[in-house]
Design a protein around this ligand. Structure first.
Ligand SMILES: [Zn+2]
Length: 489
C-alpha cells in the first residue's frame, strides 16, 4: 500500500509520514479549555484528529498512542469559576472559600460534558490514551520554566516569568509555523494574555504571578518568590513531554492555534528540553456557519447540545465534518446537514440490506478490492475524504446489493466494515426496522403492490408505488421481497 502523506504546517507542504517507531505512533491533540460547552467549530478539530488517528490505526495498521489534554487552568476557567460568576451552575455545588477547589468543581463539570459530547460524535474514548489535566502537571511545568530561565531565555518581571523572544531568535528561530515580522517586533513589550495575534508578537508569559483571589502554586525561581500559575502554552509543552516524550510523531489542532500557541510550544520545548515537540504539525481549517464566522452576536453560534436539541442526529454532524477536506473551510448550514443526512442514509441502507450477511474473512474479488483500495488511497493522500466518499458512492450506484452473488455480498460487507472502522458513520448491524413507524394503510398498499408485481401487472404495481410515495414512503425491492422506509426530506 502507498504511504500516508500529510500536509505539514512545518515546511508548508505535503510530506510522506514516517513514524519514529512503527510499533507506537504518538500523537498529541490540543484539547478543550473546559470553561463552557464546546461549540461545533471546536468539534471539527477533534473529529479531524479522530479521522487521522483512525487512518493511522485501521488503514496504516500502526498502534497509536493518542493524548488529548484538558486545559483546566487559564484566563477563561479562572474567570468562570470566580465568586459571583454567571457561568457557575448549581450542578457544580456550592462555591467554597478556596479558589482552587472552585476551579476544580467548575472545570470537572465541563470536562465531563466534553467527554460526553465527543463520545456522542463517535470518538471512542478508549482510543484516547490519556486526558491529562494541566493542574496535575504543575511540578514539571515549573521545571520547564526553570530550565528556560537557567539558559537565560526567560526573565522575571513583577513575579511573572516571560520568554525572551528576541534572545531566542538569535539562538534558534522564532517563526517556524508562521512568518514573523521582526521589523515590527515590539522589543521589551510583554504579553500576559493567552491569546493574541501575530501583529502583537512580543515576549510571552510562561508563568503568571499570583493575583488576589485566584488559584496559585508556590514557586521560587532565581532567588525570587514567583507564586502563581502556568501560562497556557507552557501547559501543552509540558504534558506532551511527560506523556509522549520528545519528539513525538504528530501534533494536531485547529488552524487558530498555529500562532501563538503552537509557535510558542516549539520555542519553549526547544529552549527548555533542547528538542522540538514533533515532526508533523497538522492543522484543520475553520468552520463557518451559514457562511459566517461563528459568533454569539450573529446568532450562528452552536454547541453540539444546541444541535441535538433540534433533533439533529450526531452522526449527520460527524458526516458533514468528515466529508469536507480538513484543510478547506467548511460551511456548516442546515441545508447541507439535510444533504449529509441523505448521503449517510444511502450507505446505511446498504448496511441494512447486508445486516444478515456474514462478512468474508478475505477480500479476493477484484471489484471489492478496488473499492477498498480506491477509498484508502484517497485517505492516504492527506485524508482526502471528499474523494474517498465519492468513490464509495460511485460504487454504491454501480453495484446494487440485489444484483450481487452471496460471495460478493460477503466481501462487500467485509470491505464496508473496514471502511466504517475509519469513518465510523454507520451502524453495521443495520438500523432496526422496528424504529420506523409504518402505518397499516401503507403496509396494505405495499402488499397489494407486491401481489400485482408477482402477477406481472406492472401498471398497477407502479400506480401503487406512486401512492405509497405520495404518502411519504419508499418501496425497495430486494431478492427476498420488499422493504418499506420513510422518505427523508
Ligand atoms: Zn495545546
Amino acid at each position: 500500500m502507498q504511504p500516508l502523506v500529510l500536509f505539514n504546517s512545518l515546511g508548508r507542504k505535503k510530506e510522506e509520514f514516517q513514524p519514529l517507531d512503527p510499533a507506537n505512533v504518538r500523537m498529541y491533540t490540543c484539547g478543550p479549555t473546559v470553561y463552557s460547552y464546546a461549540h461545533i467549530g471546536n468539534m471539527r478539530a477533534f473529529l479531524f484528529a479522530d479521522l487521522l488517528q483512525r487512518t493511522l490505526r485501521f488503514v496504516c495498521r500502526y498502534p497509536v498512542t493518542w493524548v488529548m489534554n484538558i486545559t483546566d487552568i487559564d484566563d477563561k476557567t479562572i474567570r468562570g469559576s470566580a465568586p459571583g460568576s454567571p457561568e457557575w451552575r448549581p450542578e457544580m455545588g456550592e462555591q467554597t472559600p478556596d479558589p482552587l477547589e472552585n476551579l476544580r468543581r467548575f472545570t470537572r463539570f465541563y470536562e465531563q460534558a466534553f467527554k460526553e459530547d465527543i463520545a456522542t460524535l463517535g470518538i471512542e474514548l478508549e482510543h484516547i490514551a490519556a486526558f491529562p489535566r494541566a493542574t496535575e502537571y504543575i511540578e514539571p511545568m515549573q521545571e520547564l520554566v526553570r530550565r528556560i530561565y537557567e539558559r537565560e531565555i526567560a526573565y522575571i518581571s513583577q513575579g511573572s516569568v516571560y520568554f525572551n523572544v528576541t534572545r531566542w531568535n538569535s539562538i534558534d528561530k522564532y517563526g517556524k509555523l508562521v512568518t514573523i515580522d521582526f521589523e515590527h517586533f515590539r522589543k521589551g513589550v510583554r504579553i500576559d494574555a493567552d491569546e493574541y495575534d501575530r501583529e502583537s508578537v512580543a515576549d510571552f508569559v510562561l508563568w503568571k504571578a499570583r493575583k488576589p483571589g485566584e488559584p496559585f502554586w508556590q514557586f521560587s525561581l532565581g532567588g525570587e518568590q514567583c507564586d502563581g500559575r502556568p501560562g497556557w502554552h507552557l501547559e501543552c509543552s509540558t504534558m506532551e513531554y511527560v506523556l509522549l516524550g520528545l519528539p513525538f510523531d504528530i501534533h494536531t489542532g485547529g488552524i487558530d492555534l498555529k500562532f501563538p500557541h503552537h509557535e510558542d510550544e516549539i520555542a519553549q520545548s526547544k529552549a527548555g528540553y533542547g528538542v522540538e515537540p514533533t515532526r508533523y504539525w497538522c492543522h484543520n481549517e475553520h468552520l463557518l456557519v451559514e457562511g459566517e464566522k461563528m459568533s454569539k452576536s450573529l446568532g450562528n453560534f452552536y454547541t453540539l447540545r444546541d444541535l441535538l436539541a433540534r433533533g439533529i442526529d450526531p452522526m449527520d454532524i460527524r458526516y458533514i465534518m468528515l466529508a469536507a477536506h480538513y484543510r478547506s473551510k467548511l460551511n456548516f448550514t442546515f441545508e447541507a446537514l439535510k444533504a449529509a443526512r441523505r448521503a449517510r442514509r444511502r450507505v446505511q441502507r446498504v448496511f441494512d440490506e447486508l445486516a444478515a450477511v456474514n462478512p468474508a474473512e478475505q477480500v479476493t474479488i477484484p471489484a471489492m478490492q478496488q473499492l477498498r483500495d480506491t477509498v484508502f488511497s484517497a485517505l492516504l493522500d492527506d485524508l482526502n475524504t471528499p474523494k474517498a466518499l465519492g468513490a464509495l458512492f460511485t460504487f454504491l450506484r454501480q453495484h446494487p446489493v440485489a444484483a450481487m452473488t452471496p460471495a460478493e455480498r460477503a466481501e462487500y460487507k467485509a470491505v464496508l466494515l473496514h471502511l466504517n472502522q475509519v469513518f465510523h458513520l454507520w451502524n453495521p448491524e443495520g438500523e432496526s426496522p422496528a424504529a420506523v413507524e409504518i402505518p397499516e394503510e401503507i403496509r396494505q398498499l405495499a402488499e397489494q403492490r407486491w401481489a400485482a408485481r408477482q402477477q406481472k401487472d406492472y401498471a398497477t404495481a407502479d400506480a401503487l408505488r406512486e401512492r405509497i410515495q405520495q404518502a411519504g414512503f419508499r418501496v425497495i425491492d430486494t431478492p427476498s421481497g420488499y422493504h418499506l422506509e420513510p422518505i427523508e426530506e
